[in-house]
Design a protein around this ligand. Structure first.
Ligand code: SAM
Length: 236
């Protein structure tokens, strides 16, 4: 289905080498994405080379700039069709990945895909702003991550509550990262975060991308996250 050599080469450019098992899994993942996309709306991207760049390489870039320790726990908030969470699991099967989304049918497909490629993850059907108050999830993860879910200010309120003090929130963003960071500065501080690193890179034919790393330096005050309506009416 996909050009595995292209994926291998592009991944190597990020310093990440993919073995044959991972390449086979990516190939099957792409095939299943296209198959399921004809049945439920998962992604606008179905061209094989676009899947390589816009989904796979874009998600793999997380691991160029941030290297979780062996066995680290990561929650992917608003995973959709599995980005970046399923990609991280394929590249680093040692990681304990939780995939959270508010849309149940997408999670059903993800479960099928994981079964087919022989990997497992914790799949959680929940809204982040509700799960963030649940002791099973709150401050339980070494990392939270998200791509294409919300602006960084609201996203910090969704994601930082899940991260243990000493862990990180890693946000995958587009060209507007600098402005988003400026707009999110108060929220990040209020929620117990501290921005430590922003790496900008060029995704071939797709423009600039940014990987923003926010350290969790203190516990998130218990009143956060707030319901979505409140976040919008009274942005931090
Ligand atoms: N992260 C994937 C990607 O980069 O392709 C999916 C992005 S998609 C545009 C946004 C996803 O976030 C959707 O699957 C949606 O259901 C989910 N989502 C939006 N708000 C959410 C919330 N408050 N809690 C959990 N999931 C949410």
């Amino acid at each position: 289905m996909i050009n595995k050599n292209l994926l291998k080469t592009e991944s190597e450019k990020l310093g990440i080498s993919l073995d044959d098992v991972a390449l086979e899994r990516f190939d099957k993942y792409a095939e299943l994405l296209v198959y399921w996309n004809e049945r439920i709306n998962l992604t606008a991207i179905t061209d094989p080379d676009e899947i390589i760049f816009k989904h796979f390489v874009d998600s793999i870039a997380f691991l160029k700039y941030c290297t979780p320790e062996e066995g680290a726990s990561i929650i992917d908030v608003g995973t959709g069709a599995g980005f970046p969470g399923v990609v991280l699991k394929i590249v680093r099967p040692d990681l304990s990945i939780t995939l959270m989304d508010s849309t149940k049918k997408k999670l059903g497909v993800i479960e099928e895909i994981l079964n087919e490629i022989g990997l497992s993850a914790n799949i959680v059907h929940a809204r982040a702003e509700e799960a963030g108050h649940d002791d099973n999830f709150r401050e339980m993860y070494d990392f939270a991550t998200a791509r294409a879910v919300s602006n960084l200010r609201d996203l910090s309120e969704y994601c930082l509550p899940f991260v243990k003090v000493g862990g990180k929130f890693v946000s995958l963003k587009g060209a507007d990262a600098k402005n988003e960071l400026a707009e999110a500065a108060v929220a990040i501080k209020t929620l117990g975060g501290k921005t430590t690193k922003t790496d900008i890179f060029e995704l071939k034919n797709c423009g600039e991308r940014a990987i923003i790393q926010i350290d969790k330096v203190s516990a998130t005050p218990t009143k956060y996250p707030r319901p979505k309506g409140k976040m919008q009416k009274q942005p931090l």
